[in-house]
Ligand binder design. Structure first.
Ligand SMILES: [Zn+2]
Length: 360
């Protein structure tokens, strides 16, 4: 989760359609039907789907997974409109219907986060629950235990790490992780894989003359902008901050030549480096997550030998001729004329890595 810049409400939110939908909810609440669950007119909010998608950079506002991979995305009410649940038995059945069509209460999220969140909206102290119809500072004073990525910086409450696990720095951070399931297995693994990939890309910078340097610098600049398109930008920023600690000289020399936004990036990276946070993750949770992570087997390919495969009689490629893992470079390209057998080499590697059971 990262900070999201909300921007002003789209014009549509002031239209007669929205005004009338708000009026209907008020009537329902004030009438004898007040016990009914609030029914949101979905078509009204569909009008601002595109705006929300843009605001959230096509990612889930909570878990930062790309939207579109697994669904079209869900319009989420930060404060639930049909009754709000605390972490215990607390339940406020009449909250927060009056925010059902308020731009500031809307987010774009993935289906899984939506399922986890349900109608949870716990407060530090239940007696601070705002009065019916409250807005502005009255709502702020509720001190919710759920991070609103549009009104506060999640990194104040969450700590990211390259292994993909999120930790709560504060009670609010910890509760947010619990409610939204931000350490669910698949997402931890995705964050971990994304961090790994980025770490490999950062190695490209060690070769200052590499033609990919500019691309990596642009990627880093985008990552630290107000509108990062990368999935799991929170984790990636931490990966970069960690890399920067050991490579500040290289970074200075690179950015003197190119990227103008260096000071902003360094500032953000330093902020991410501060690790004086209190950790709320339990040892058992840590143990389980580490087990899951260790299931991803990692190794380096030192050489490839292909024999009697398609048009290849015998071929040996030494990838690590010196055997020195520290100074290795990532392999990015396999160059050769058309029909020379590049695809055959890749197929042979795939078959070998897939193992006997997965080969057809
Ligand atoms: Zn999500």
């Amino acid at each position: 989760m990262i900070k999201i810049k909300r921007g002003p409400a789209p014009k549509f939110m002031k239209s007669t359609i929205v005004k009338s939908a708000k009026g209907d909810l008020k009537d329902i609440f004030e009438s004898i039907q007040r016990q009914e669950r609030v029914r949101i007119e979905a078509f009204v909010l569909e009008e601002v789907r595109g705006n929300l998608m843009k605001m959230c950079h096509s990612k889930c506002a909570y878990c930062e997974s790309g939207i579109g991979k697994t669904g079209v995305g869900e319009i989420e009410h930060f404060r639930p409109p049909s009754g709000a649940r605390g972490m215990g038995k607390e339940y406020a059945p009449n909250h927060y219907w009056w925010l059902a069509y308020e731009w500031d209460n809307l987010l774009m999220v993935c289906q899984i986060c939506l399922k986890h969140k349900r109608d949870f909206f716990p407060l530090e102290n239940e007696s601070n629950r705002a009065a019916i119809g409250a807005t502005g500072s009255e709502l702020k004073n509720e001190n919710p235990l759920l991070i609103d990525p549009c009104s506060e910086d999640p990194s104040q409450h969450l700590s990211f790490s390259a292994n993909g696990v999120l930790e709560g720095k504060t009670k609010k951070g910890k509760t947010t992780i619990d409610i939204l399931g931000l350490n669910r297995r698949d997402i931890v693994l995705e964050r971990h894989k994304t961090a790994d990939r980025f770490n490999r890309e950062l190695q490209i910078l060690k070769n200052e003359a590499s033609s990919s340097t500019k691309d990596v610098l642009e990627y880093i600049s985008e990552l630290h902008s107000d509108h990062p398109n990368q999935e799991y930008a929170g984790t990636l920023r931490t990966v970069f901050a960690t890399w920067l600690k050991d490579n500040s000289e290289l970074w200075n020399s690179l950015t003197q030549k190119s990227a103008p936004s260096i000071s902003k990036i360094s500032k953000q990276a330093n902020k991410a480096n501060k690790t004086n946070a209190q950790s709320y993750i339990t040892d058992r949770e840590k143990h389980e997550l580490n087990n899951q992570i260790s299931q991803i087997k990692r190794f380096s390919i030192k050489s490839i030998e292909i024999e009697n495969f398609k048009s290849i009689d015998k071929l040996t490629i030494q990838i690590l001729p010196t055997g020195n893992l520290e100074s290795r470079e990532s392999w990015l390209l396999l160059l050769g004329d058309n029909g020379i057998g590049k695809s055959s080499i890749l197929q042979a590697i795939t078959l070998a890595l897939a193992g006997k059971n997965n080969s057809i």
